[in-house]
Design a protein around this ligand. Structure first.
Ligand code: NI
Length: 154
């Protein structure tokens, strides 16, 4: 069930918004407005204080020949095993690797972990995307018993 509301907007801003919608590939204004609102709310919730829980996707590139870097990264991941859910590793070419790490936990912890990885010498194009969660993520046997992994929607 959707709620409708009307927004007044000056013509110039409306034109710019329509151009933005076109560039981004939205099929209508509503979905673009919804995404902007979701983005603003998520940004506020995850703000400087890093309140609440979140899922994070951290991605970066590195040269696996860089001294000790692969080993250090593995150590950092093990030291934060409670935050890192899984890691996807791609051998991009002879030298470069791309990793995408799925994280889950306190927003501030996820942010701190990601920053410590991204700031490491040799790590390039580091970026973290955080999605706020309404509740603390379930952990341990209770989470397993919940039946995720067997498909949603039953
Ligand atoms: Ni690799």
């Amino acid at each position: 069930m959707s709620e409708r509301f009307t927004v007044s907007i000056e013509p110039q801003l409306a034109q710019e918004f329509d151009a933005y919608i076109k560039r981004k590939g939205y099929s209508n204004r509503s979905e673009a407005v919804r995404d902007l609102i979701r983005g603003a709310l998520a940004k506020e919730r995850l703000g400087e204080a890093g309140k609440g829980h979140c899922v994070g996707v951290l991605s970066y590139m590195y040269d696996h020949h860089e001294r000790e870097l692969s080993k250090r990264l593995t150590q950092v991941h093990h030291a934060n095993y409670n935050l890192t859910v899984t890691t996807l590793h791609m051998h991009l070419d002879h030298d470069l690797c791309v990793e995408s790490v799925l994280l889950k936990g306190h927003a501030a912890d996820v942010q701190a972990f990601a920053e410590s990885v991204m700031a490491r010498p040799g790590i390039r194009h580091g970026q973290l995307h955080r999605i706020p969660l309404d509740q603390a993520p379930a952990q341990g046997p209770a989470a397993m018993a919940h039946g995720h992994g067997l498909g949603h929607g039953n």
